[in-house]
Design a protein around this ligand. Structure first.
Ligand SMILES: Cc1cc2nc3c(=O)[nH]c(=O)nc-3n(C[C@H](O)[C@H](O)[C@H](O)COP(=O)(O)O)c2cc1C
Length: 158
């Protein structure tokens, strides 16, 4: 049987809640992507051009560090990757995550939450971080999780 991991980054808990719900639905393991340096509310201030999140999002090469985690990626065939939309794309720490492991031959299923924006180019940008032999699913925005919608999406991607 294929083994599934739901990995996620969440700054204010919305994506975390969704990730746990998805993991429960499919009997997957959950792995939080924890920043080495936690984001404070000042860091998340999108009205301030100098806030940490603004500076990182303005720099496509920014790679915020991930705190040490004991994720055994080799054990998984399918990895859901969840994140909030920041400035229309994924937070740079998701790039750090995708570049930190070997996902060769695995399936990656991106999903996100937002304040209203769509998936945009978040998933196409992230796709560039992994090797060509990764089975990359189209990213899915899930802002108002509907049980039936989630069920049919999971049946399609798994
Ligand atoms: C720095 C920052 C930038 C954001 N940029 C966007 C955006 O471009 N579009 C949008 O709809 N929501 C944006 N949001 C809102 C988040 O995507 C939304 O609140 C998300 O559900 C938060 O998820 P979390 O609680 O898992 O961190 C932004 C939030 C932050 C902190």
């Amino acid at each position: 049987m294929s083994k599934v991991l739901v990995a996620y980054f969440s700054a204010s808990g919305v994506t975390a809640k969704l990730a746990k719900r998805l993991a429960e639905s499919v009997g997957a393991d959950v792995g939080e992507i924890v920043p080495e340096k936690p984001y404070t509310s000042a860091d998340l201030d999108w009205t301030n051009k100098k806030s940490r999140s603004s500076v990182e999002m303005n720099d496509p090469s920014a790679r915020p560090e991930i705190a040490d985690s004991a994720l055994d990626m080799a054990a998984y065939d399918t990895v859901f990757v969840g994140f909030p939309i920041w400035w229309g794309v994924a937070p740079r720490i998701i790039d750090t995550f995708l570049e930190s492991y070997d996902f060769s031959g695995k399936k990656i299923v991106p999903f996100c939450t937002s304040g209203g924006s769509g998936v945009g180019r978040s998933d196409t940008e992230l796709h560039k971080d992994v090797s060509a032999d990764v089975k990359w699913e189209k990213g899915r925005l899930i802002n108002r999780p509907d049980a039936e919608e989630i069920r049919s999406w999971l049946a399609k991607v798994l």
